[in-house]
Design a protein around this ligand. Structure first.
Ligand code: ADP
Ligand code: MG
Length: 601
């Protein structure tokens, strides 16, 4: 029964405006449908939800007599007394959503309970009922919200572009579809069906179909006392937390506790960025407080440590394959007091400035696409110049080396000999008096980045046709905002076209990339544009460096031959010392450091 909460209970509910954007209205409506026990939920929007939102479910419906009550503030069927607040099992409980949405829109509700012969159609404008009539209809509920914020111009101004608003809504429905794999979801945008799920309860296949980018490298399944779900291997990360979906008792939440547990579970094996994780946490309703945030996105755990530990154990079990964590001398040295391991020099940081400038030039050229021909590429320093003594020795750390003189020999790749390859990532090279550990990924990134910038600056950007056209798949939210990244790719030299159904066909690639690189880069660039939230030069700058990262071969096991090739390509880089993000491509351990660790010196 829908009843208005008494003010004593109502006052205990976290206050705040819940409807800020179209996506907040959609969220509330979908949650209502889930609470109504729906097996199928259809979400349709037009113009990013600004002009039209429809949510149709086949749930329990509302009786003729209660239809209007549902729109009163604090009217809910989900809780009644104060004690219910400690034991919330539904998504809604505040009794505010329908009141808030109807107050700022023209709303139509058509609903029928399965047990009733006829249903009811109720229309409200700005929260006031304008008509109510009996009607024949399917059992379940349809809510149509038109002209959101038509009577609150101030709030209308805060909405983003139609495609941005649509993208947020699509993303939200993707998330719910993953969480509730047992419910059929259908998403329709501007008259087009974007996706639907079959409601068969197979979470993994929903993730795979809705988040191709997340599942690309495979996901590991995790399971423990309170948590189940999927995580990526430590090498597959995204630059934002967009790939992390946490559901607590079926509620999509953000939570530091869960993030920490996840992070701890990887035990420092994340190289950069954020792992992908879809985690379902079951907690005793009495052990969580969902009533701390008006939008209900944040929750509080009463047993934080237990939850964190449970998650971190689950993740560790999945990602720590093999026989435990290797404890090499590196670790011992690191934990000793003096800084024995140092990046070869600080050239990286100086170099970054140069890089920024060339990216800026690059972006300027993106901005004036028509004038490509007259664009003068900044001069690229001759590669041979890198033979100059760009390497300055590690400044002697005051304490440890007070009485040691280091010879300031210039760094030369030609002096290195290959000694080994460990953890499918690190290449060990020996120099005259030093051991060098190269990070294969960082090195690849640097090489690709310089190749990209050089190729971009020097070439005419006419696509080079590929023998076999290939397609790239993106997620629905990224697809819906292709206007914000497709043009960039074309200007970079891609012959790429919308192929419908979240797919793009590539018939030509920039002449300065291999097919493999071009394929990875295009996919990564599109997904990164989706994450970045707005296209402007600063964002594009970041995207390029991020996408470079994805364009390199992650986790490929290299042969000795490939390692030698990699080394010579790195040697030819203008700045071989750091990746485009400023992390070192290699580190140095002197023979002195090693001898000292063995207490020989
Ligand atoms: P809350 O979800 O917090 O209870 P709402 O304002 O969202 O508050 O909804 C008020 C009431 O209207 C709900 O408690 C429920 O009884 C009823 N209701 C809303 N949407 C639906 C729906 N799709 N199907 C059945 N009942 C609904
Ligand atoms: Mg609700």
């Amino acid at each position: 029964m829908i009843k208005v909460l008494d003010s004593f209970v109502a006052d205990k509910i976290a206050a705040g405006e819940v409807i800020e954007r179209p996506v907040s209205a959609v969220k509330e409506l979908v949650e209502n449908s889930i609470d109504a026990g729906a097996a199928s939920i259809i979400v349709e929007i037009r113009k990013g939800g600004k002009s039209y939102i429809r949510v149709t479910d086949d749930g329990c419906g509302i009786s003729f007599d209660e239809a209007e009550t549902a729109f009163l503030r604090h009217a809910t069927s989900k809780i009644s007394g104060i004690s219910d607040l400690d034991n919330i099992v539904s998504l809604g409980f505040r009794g505010e959503a329908l009141a808030s949405i109807s107050a700022v829109s023209r709303l139509t509700m058509v609903t029928r309970r399965p047990e009733d012969m006829s249903g009811v159609k109720l229309v409200l404008h700005g929260g006031k009922a304008v008509s109510k009539e009996r009607t024949g209809c399917n059992s379940g509920t349809t809510v149509i919200v038109e002209d959101l914020f038509y009577n609150t111009p101030a709030r209308r101004k805060f909405m983003k572009t139609d495609s941005r608003e649509a993208s947020s809504i699509i993303e939200l429905i993707q998330q719910y579809a993953v969480c509730y794999a047992g419910i059929r979801f259908m998403m329709i945008n501007n008259g087009m069906t974007l996706f639907s799920t079959n409601g068969d309860g197979d979470t993994h296949s929903v993730i795979k179909s809705l988040y191709p980018a997340l599942a690309r490298n495979g996901l590991l399944s995790v399971s423990n006392k309170h948590v189940k779900g999927y995580v990526s291997d430590p090498g597959t990360t995204m630059s934002t937390r967009k790939g992390q979906l946490f559901f607590v008792n079926g509620r999509l939440v953000s939570s530091n506790v869960i993030e920490k547990g996840l992070e701890e579970g990887y035990q420092g094996r994340i190289f950069s960025g954020f792992p992908v994780a879809v985690l379902f946490i079951e907690a005793d309703p009495g052990d969580i407080d969902v009533n701390i945030h008006p939008g209900k996105q944040e929750i509080r755990f009463l047993r934080q440590d237990e939850v964190k530990k449970d998650i971190s154990e689950a993740v560790s079990k999945a990602v720590m394959t093999g026989s435990g964590v290797p404890k090499g001398f590196l670790k011992n040295i690191e934990s000793s007091e003096s800084p024995h391991i140092t990046q070869p020099d600080d050239t990286a940081f100086k170099e970054q400035e140069t890089e920024q400038t060339s990216i800026r030039e690059f972006l300027k050229s993106l901005d004036r696409a028509e004038t490509f021909e007259v664009y003068e590429a900044p001069a690229i320093p001759e590669v041979a110049e890198s033979a100059e003594p760009v390497y300055e020795p590690v400044p002697a750390p005051a304490k440890a080396y007070a009485d040691t003189v280091l010879s300031p020999a210039p760094f030369d790749f030609a002096d290195l000999s290959f000694k080994g390859y460990v953890f499918n990532t690190y290449i060990i090279m020996q120099g005259k008096d030093e051991l060098y550990i190269f990070d294969q990924h960082a090195a690849h990134e640097r090489i690709f980045y310089e190749k990209f910038m050089r190729g971009y600056n020097n070439s005419a950007h006419s696509p080079q046709p590929v023998l076999t056209a290939f397609t790239i798949n993106v997620s629905n939210d990224v697809y819906s905002m292709s206007g914000e990244w497709l043009g960039d790719l074309i200007r970079m030299g891609y012959d790429i076209e919308d192929f419908g159904d979240c797919t793009f066909i590539v018939r030509g690639i920039p002449p300065y990339m291999s097919v493999d690189e071009a394929e990875r880069f295009a996919g990564a660039y599109a997904e990164a544009a989706g994450e970045a939230g707005g296209s402007n030069t600063v964002v594009i700058d970041k995207l390029i460096t991020k996408s470079c990262k994805s364009a390199v071969k992650a986790h490929d096991v290299l042969s000795e031959h490939e390692i030698i090739d990699l080394m010579s390509e790195l040697a030819e880089c203008d700045n071989p010392y750091s990746c485009p993000h400023g992390r070192p491509t290699f580190i140095r351990i002197s023979s002195y450091d090693i001898e000292r660790s063995f207490r020989r010196k």
